[in-house]
Structures are given as C-alpha cells and as structure tokens.
Design a protein around this ligand. Structure first.
Ligand code: C5P
Length: 230
C-alpha cells in the first residue's frame, strides 16, 4: 500500500549542543537526516517525501540530497517555529488523499515492518502510531513527591512514524491551529477531535537523536545492523 511521508526537519537541536542542526551530524559517515530519508528512499511503497526545513538551511540540505541521491523529495517547505507548524506546512503542500506518515528526521532507525503495519492500520482506522511499552515503573510526581504509581501495562512510549488518512490529519491540524492548541505529536491533535488512534508496536531502537548519548547509542545500533547484513 502506497504512502507519502511528511518529514519535519526544521528544528534547532539545542539539546544536542552541536551549535548547528543536529540532523547534519554524521552517523558512520552519513548525516542523520540522510539516514532517515534513505529508509523511505529504499521502500517501494513510499511514493514521495515532503520535507520541512529552516529557510536558511535549504541550500545545505539540497546539496546533501543531491550528494546522497535522494530522489523522492516532492516538495521542500519552510518549517515553523514549532514542530506542529512545520508539519502543518507539509500538510498544506499536499493535496492528495491517501495515507501519510509523519516522521521525525531525527529517527533514522525505524523498521520497514513497522511502516507496513502503520500503513495497514491507518488505512483501516484512519490513525495509527508507532510506540513501545514502558519498561520502567512510572509515577506521577508533584513538587518532588509521588502522587501515584501508574499501571505500567497501560503505558506506551510514543514515537514516529504516525500514520493517518490525509483528510483526518488535515482536519485535526487545521482545527488545532485555529484554536491555538499546541500538541506534542500529531496523534494528540487527532485525539482532540475524538478520533481513535491505534497503536503499532515498534522497536526500542527507533530512538530520536536528541542528546550526545543518543549519538553513541545510534552508532551501536548501526554497527549491529551492519553485522546482521554481513
Ligand atoms: O526537537 P525535536 O527533536 O523534538 O524535533 C523532532 C523533529 O521535528 C526533528 O526532526 C526536528 O528537526 C523537527 N522540528 C521541526 N520544526 C520545529 C521543531 C522541530 O521541523 N520548529
């Protein structure tokens, strides 16, 4: 089943402390953003990618796309001050119905089987998100004091990709932006409209490259993946 990708890549990456966009950092000789794009470049079901970038990084990103032969970019849009606005710009640039996957450019380790399951569930239900079960005990804390221990069985750590029927995502995004509602992921905007969001079990390797420790973890994952191929 075919799908289009919307990829926000217009963040500042301050928590990485690199002094420039963390997506440009190299993981085994390829920038993080390129590693993420290659997953979709190599998936025949992905028909196109809409990328949101910072206007002053457009040229640098374009030369990376050329250098690494990324051919599926449909449109490059200007990102916004919040991730939600960067995704909204992607939504605006897209006009076709069908399944869209919103995926952080900072998550290069997603598995193809997770993509396929997301597309299948989003086709059936309208909205499906990648997530893993919480491994640790989780507590709600107020002013440094535990209020409650949450039932771990019910807790899922949410990642991207998040897959939607285009009309569902567009309505949710436009409604949230009209109301000035800022969510931390797209699913939250869809939940806000009362639309059910289904879970697809993902892998713990699908981490977002946020801090320096994640980069070290990323290199271990890559080396392991290469050993699996050999
Ligand atoms: O900052 P964080 O790691 O949560 O960002 C997740 C993704 O959203 C990254 O790929 C980042 O480039 C993107 N982003 C964006 N526009 C923003 C903030 C983040 O496209 N204003």
């Amino acid at each position: 089943m075919d799908y289009t990708v919307m990829m926000p890549a217009a963040g500042s990456g301050q928590r990485m402390g690199a002094g420039y966009n963390k997506l440009f950092l190299q993981l085994n000789h390829k920038p993080i953003i390129i590693r993420t794009l290659l997953v979709f470049e190599e998936d025949p079901a992905c028909t196109g990618i809409i990328l949101a970038v910072k206007p002053d990084e457009r040229n640098e990103i374009q030369s990376m796309l050329d250098q690494f032969g990324i051919s599926k970019i449909q449109t490059i849009v200007d990102g916004g001050t919040e991730r939600q606005y960067s995704v909204a710009a992607c939504i605006e640039a897209h006009a076709e119905n069908g399944i869209v996957l919103v995926h952080d450019a900072a998550r290069p380790f997603l598995k193809k089987s997770v993509i396929a399951n997301l597309v299948q569930k989003a086709t059936k239900y309208g909205a499906a998100i990648a997530a893993v079960q919480a491994k640790d005990t989780m507590k709600i804390v107020t002013d440094g004091v535990v209020e409650e221990t949450v039932d771990r069985e019910k807790l899922w750590i949410v990642q991207t990709p998040q897959a939607f029927r285009y009309d569902v995502l567009k309505e949710a995004s436009e409604s949230a932006n009209r109301a000035g509602f800022l969510g931390t992921d797209e699913a939250m905007l869809v939940e806000r409209l009362g639309h059910p969001v289904h879970i697809v079990e993902s892998t713990y390797e699908n981490v977002k490259m946020t801090t320096q420790e994640d980069l070290a973890f990323g290199e271990i994952i890559l080396n392991r993946q290469q050993e699996d191929i050999l």
